[in-house]
Write a protein that binds this ligand. Structure first.
Ligand code: PLP
Length: 405
């Protein structure tokens, strides 16, 4: 008899955005004339930067000629892309990494979901609350938790992010082995400062723990003094892995390209306490389960680091940040307490009421889609996340409709 992975039965209902999509579809069916504005899911709306499009076209032409055609590429990605990332994305901030420590993939979602596979199932895992749900669900699937009770999975160490700690996770008062951090954060839009990252690196070093640092939104940081990479923190190379993505940086959500940095100095330990290179484990995993990102996509991603590409990426992220500013201002004027939206495309709004009820009200009365905060964890109850990924016109229209309510 084919039996299911029993841990899947512990997962909570359906995936957050699937539930939202169903409610929105039901509303649209009942109100076919309604012009719905989607500020819910974090999907970009603006096209790829022209530099990326040109490189994409050229690489496709290369695939059409026998002299330049390429078949399977390296699982970890082409050297041309890994080298430009090491130099342009890390070197300039002195967060030095080696091109051999970069792994190109088709998305940060799979990387931050898959990475836990490298580790034992009986390790202690710490996850911020609220946060991007993928970290928690993939650990549930792997069997690292007990059942879901009173809003929490047994066995997970939750790191509350509330107004009391400026929505920044604080180090726990118990040892843990695997730590997820996300900065700029999805959903709160807050950014970890140097001091708080230093505390985490020191905690990880003292506990022989590993930090999985998700920096999918790093290109929205506009303040130089805020860390852009965990590798700017001294000692982080031994205890951290960093995820980055072209999705939000350069509009690649539908094109798919991301990368994960696993320093050679980073170690995990076997049952005897002997160190094993996390980079080698990840290489072994990727070469077995992943056959690389397509050549044209990697060429297109490389172009995001050219002079034109960098300027265009900046224009793109500036565009969404201006939307975020408009949302922040409008929601503040409506009397809500808001955070985020300054170095992030997400604005986290305290609604002062049940978040699903507030979500329904905005959908039914303003035809505006947001994301209920409780979908990101218990501490998201009462909050909604508003995304700045939409056209200027739609953002202005959505804010006017909400103000009228
Ligand atoms: N990490 C965070 C925090 C995200 O919010 C997202 C997407 O919304 C991802 C990773 C996934 O990015 P990708 O499109 O590279 O899979």
């Amino acid at each position: 008899m084919i039996r299911v992975n029993r841990h899947f039965k512990k997962l909570q209902s359906s995936y957050l955005f699937y539930t939202i999509a169903k409610r929105v579809a039901a509303y649209q069916d009942a109100n076919p004339a309604a012009k719905i504005i989607r500020l819910g899911i974090g999907d970009v709306t603006q096209p790829l930067p022209p530099a990326c499009i040109d490189a994409f076209h050229n690489a496709i032409d290369e695939q059409g000629s026998p002299e330049t055609f390429r078949g399977y590429g390296p699982s970890e990605g082409y050297a041309f892309l890994r080298e430009v990332i090491a130099e342009k994305d890390f070197g300039y901030r002195e967060a030095n990494i080696d091109p051999d420590e970069v792994f190109i993939s088709d998305g940060s979602k799979c990387d931050c979901g898959n990475f836990q596979e490298l580790f034992a199932t009986d390790i202690a895992v710490a996850i911020p609350d609220p946060v991007y749900p993928v970290y928690l669900d993939t650990n549930v699937m792997a069997g690292r938790t007990g059942i879901f009770k009173d809003g929490h999975y047994q066995g997970i160490v939750y790191l509350p992010c509330t107004a009391d700690n400026r929505f920044l996770p604080s180090v726990p008062d118990q040892p843990v082995d695997l730590i997820y951090l996300c900065s700029p954060n999805n959903p709160t839009g807050t950014v970890m400062d140097k001091e708080s990252l230093e505390q985490w690196v020191s905690f990880a070093r003292n506990n022989q723990a590993l930090i999985l640092f998700d920096a999918a939104y790093v290109d929205f940081i506009r303040e130089d003094s805020l860390p852009h990479s965990i590798f700017e923190i001294e000692g982080a190379h031994e205890v951290a892995v960093e995820f980055r993505s072209f999705s939000k940086m350069a509009g690649f959500t539908g094109t798919r390209c991301a990368y994960t940095v696993v320093p050679k100095a980073c170690m995990a330990f076997d049952e005897n306490g002997d160190p094993i290179s996390v980079r080698d484990l990840w290489m072994r995993r990727q070469t077995t389960k992943f056959n690389g990102v397509s050549y044209p996509v990697q060429r297109s991603a490389e172009a995001a680091f050219s002079e034109d590409g960098r300027r265009q990426v900046r224009e793109l992220t500036d565009y969404y940040l201006e939307n975020a500013k408009i949302i922040r201002r409008a929601m503040t004027e409506c009397g809500f307490k808001v955070v985020g939206g300054e170095h992030s495309p997400y604005i986290w709004i305290n609604t002062g009421q049940d978040d699903w009820a507030f979500f329904d009200r905005l959908l039914q009365q303003a035809s505006v889609v947001t994301t209920p905060g409780s979908g990101f964890g218990n501490n998201g109850s009462g909050f909604i996340r508003v995304s700045a990924f939409n056209s200027r016109e739609n953002v202005i229209d959505a804010m006017a409709r909400i103000a009228q309510l």
